[in-house]
Each structure stands twice: as C-alpha cells, then as structure tokens.
Design a protein around this ligand. Structure first.
Ligand code: HEM
Length: 429
C-alpha cells in the first residue's frame, strides 16, 4: 500500500467520513419502510413504493458511500486531488442527502413538487461532484485501468442523473416522454455505467491490496470498462432506432459475469488464507453479480419470464443489496479503520502508541453484522416466493444497516479518543 502517497495527498478525514457515516441511515429507512409497506412492493417494480425503496438504496446508501469513496480514492489511486475538498464536501453532502430523501417521498406519494425539488438538488449536487472529480481525473498524468474506470464512472453518474431528472420531470408533469425506454437506459447507466464501473475501478486497486490476491489481468482490466461503455452506448440507441435488445443485454451481462468470475478466481488465488468479513462481503457481492448476470441473460432468452414480478424482484435484490450494498459494506469496514489509523500515524510522534485497525473496529463486531446482512439477503430473496416474509426481511435489513452504522461510528469514536490522547501526550512533552 502506498501509505505515504495516500497519506500526503488524502483529503481531511472528515471529507469522506461524513458520507460513509450517512450511508447506513438510508439503509435503515429503506428496511423500515419495506416492512411497513409489506408484501405489495414485491408485486410490481413500477409501484411508487418499490421505486422509492430502490432510490433510498441507489441514490441514498450507494451514492453517499460511493461519493465519499471517490473523494478519498482519487488522490490514492489516481494521484490527483480535488480542489477545496472541505468546501465541496460540505456543499454536496447535505444536498445529496436531502435529494435522496425527497425523491423517494415524491415517488411513493406521487408528490410532484418533491420530485421536482429532488431532481433540481440532484442535478446541482452531482454537477459539482462531476466537475470537481472530473477536472482532477482529466488533469492527472496517471494512466492505469483504475483511472480509466473512474473517468467513465463519473461520466456514467452524470448521464444517470440527467436521465433520472428527465424521468422525474416526466412523472411530475405527466409529460409524454417514452418513460419505459428512458427508464431502461437510466437503469443501465446507473447500475452499469456508474455503479459497476466504479466498483470495478476500485476493486482493481483494493482487491489485490487488501485481500493479497494477484493483480487483475491488465488487458482485462483496461478493456472491461471500455466494452461496458460500448454496450451502454448501443443500449441507449433504443431511444431513436430499434436495436437487438436481447443480444445487447446478453453482451452486458457477459461482461458483468466476467468481472465477477475474475474477482472470485483472484480471491481463490490469494497469497494468504485471509478470511475476514471483508473477504466474505466481497465473495457475496461477486456471487450475487454472477447469479444476477445469469438470471438476466436467461430472462433475455426466455421472454415469458420478462413480465414476472418475482423475477424482477430477485434481480433487484441480487443487484442492489446483494452486489452493491454488500461490496460497500465490506469496503467501509476496510476503509474507515484504515484511514483513521493512517491519520493517527501521522499525528503521533515516533514512539507514541497508536491503536491498530482491529482495535478501532474489532473483527467480532464486523462478523456479527455480516451474519445479519446474510440473513436479510436470504429473507429478501425468499420474499419473491412468499411475499409475506418481506416484513421480516425489512426488519433484518434495517437492523443490519443500523448495526453497520453503529460499528462505523464506534470506530470513528475510538479514532477521536485516540487523537485526543495523542494530542494530550504531545502537549505534555
Ligand atoms: C444515482 C444513481 C441511480 C440509480 C443507480 C438509479 C436506478 C434506478 C432503478 C434501478 C430504477 C428502477 C426501474 C425499474 O424497476 O426497472 C430507476 C427508476 C427511476 N429513477 Fe433512478 N436511479 C438513480 C438516480 C436517479 C435520480 C437522481 C433520479 C431523479 C432525479 C432518478 C429518477 C428515477 C425515476 C423517476 C424512475 C422511475 C421511472 C418510471 O417510473 O418510469 N433516479 N432508477
């Protein structure tokens, strides 16, 4: 790990931490609402309530955590820093949080003004994120596969939010947009162009580093985001010309499947038999991605499955809580104690003891929450067949998210206390 590099250039720790600590709150709200609304949400992906839950996770939980990761990660992996990170984070964080609460309110309640305000806030906040990170990423001399993936992911985020805004405006104003086509393009850019490409870019860097695996094959790492981009561009053409949808979908799923299979294969070949919770969270995320890719390819080949509500539910559960929430959960368990430890190292004079990462966030706390997350996943998947279970699944998911929040907050609290102790001992010298 280029600790000195990450350390010299990393933003103040409060920049990423505010995003990381907010993310679980959206998971708690989503789980609580899921159990409140109950079995109806499983019956259709188009219900306002279902769309609201989706966005609490994708535009709340995921966007918060991924924005924080982007701010923390740029200096470390791409050797570039965003200008005035404190100001950017202080502006963007509350705007994104407010937007991510208003959008579900507008979707679930059919409240036009909430949809419009949410869309405006998202546009403004994401424009700042895209300009701040985009400028840094375009100026960096670094050229690796991670930088390429990060550039594409930031572009993917911009397109997702533009399309999301058009959709929100369409719903709020009852405009005659081609909503179904626009939605399928928005979903592809959101889950594929933004979330998956960012996950791939970050994985290229952190999987070999934290899980001691061999590196991703360089050509594969470079071509994956480019091919995904090509698939997304062809997919988007459906707005103006007919495209062979099944074929394009299968190509996209083959790429997603190849990424998950490669990551699982690399994990198998890791140099030390580490089996910490982070390893298992990543395993779960990659297995869900493989399963989702196979299922989506199956749906493309068997159109009879296309309108099955339970299939859409399973796909949504595999992709959103299964892939992205699991991977983020694992990454947060690695990143939060690690950056806290790095900052303490810098503050302490030589010879002053500094708590290590496991003192900051013990393995037992992570393991217990991981088991609950697994249980929530099983219950969510079972709800496709027995929708009444969804109430229990919601409780499990909300509790698991709350537990994640508690574990992260305790790590930050221990960091703050250690910083205080270091400050006091330095003053006493
Ligand atoms: C940031 C990442 C985002 C991701 C990953 C994402 C993903 C999704 C997904 C998965 C759906 C569900 C469609 C389905 O069930 O097939 C959807 C629909 C929708 N999204 Fe997003 N979304 C994001 C951001 C946004 C934003 C910022 C807005 C608005 C400003 C938005 C507005 C909408 C609307 C209005 C729909 C429903 C469309 C309809 O009913 O026709 N999304 N999105």
């Amino acid at each position: 790990m280029p600790a000195d590099l990450s350390f010299e250039q990393a933003p103040p720790i409060s920049v990423p931490l505010r995003f990381f600590l907010s993310a679980p709150i959206f998971g708690v709200v989503a789980g609580a609402l899921l159990s409140w609304w109950g079995a109806d949400v499983v019956t259709s992906r188009w219900l306002g309530e279902t769309l609201a839950l989706t966005h609490l996770l994708v535009a709340g939980f995921m966007l918060q955590a991924m924005t924080g990761a982007l701010f923390q990660f740029l200096p470390v992996a791409a050797g570039c820093n965003i200008a005035r990170p404190m100001l950017v984070a202080a502006t963007v964080h509350p705007l994104l949080a407010a937007a991510a609460l208003l959008l579900p309110l507008g979707l679930a309640g059919g409240i036009a003004i909430a949809l419009r305000v949410a869309a405006a806030l998202f546009l403004f906040a994401v424009a700042i994120v895209v300009v701040a990170t985009g400028r840094a990423l375009l100026r960096t001399p670094a050229q690796g596969a991670t930088v390429l993936a990060l550039r594409l992911a930031v572009g993917g985020l911009a397109i997702t939010v533009l399309l999301g805004t058009a959709l929100a405006d369409g719903l709020a104003g009852h405009r005659s947009w081609p909503l179904v086509d626009l939605t399928s393009i928005h979903v592809a850019w959101g889950l594929g162009g933004w979330a998956l490409v960012l996950l791939a870019g970050v994985s290229y860097f952190v999987v070999p580093m934290f899980q001691l695996t061999p590196p991703y094959p360089p050509r594969f790492a470079r071509w994956l985001p480019l091919l995904l981009l090509a698939v997304l561009l062809v997919w988007s053409l459906q707005l103006i010309v007919p495209i062979p949808q099944q074929l394009v979908l299968i190509c996209g799923m083959a790429l997603a499947g190849a990424f998950s299979a490669t990551t699982l294969w690399l994990q198998q070949r890791r140099r030390r038999r580490i089996r910490d919770p982070v390893f298992w969270f990543f395993r779960l995320a990659m297995s869900c991605l493989l399963a989702a890719a196979l299922l989506a390819a199956g749906v493309a080949l068997l159109p009879a499955l296309h309108d099955e509500a339970s299939v859409a539910w399973i796909l949504g559960v595999l992709l959103i809580p299964g892939v992205f929430v699991s991977a983020i959960n694992g990454m947060l368990y690695k990143i939060v104690p690690f950056i806290s430890w790095l900052h303490l190292q810098r503050l302490a004079l030589p010879g002053t003891p500094v708590p290590n990462v496991l003192d900051l966030l013990p393995g037992s706390a992570m393991r217990a929450q991981m088991i609950l997350h697994l249980l929530a996943m099983v219950l969510l998947l079972m709800s496709a067949v027995w929708p009444s279970i969804v109430t229990l699944a919601g409780v499990a998911f909300a509790t698991s998210s709350a537990w994640l929040g508690v574990n992260l907050s305790r790590a930050v609290w221990r960091y703050v206390r250690a910083r205080g102790r270091i400050g006091a001992s330095e003053r006493g010298r």
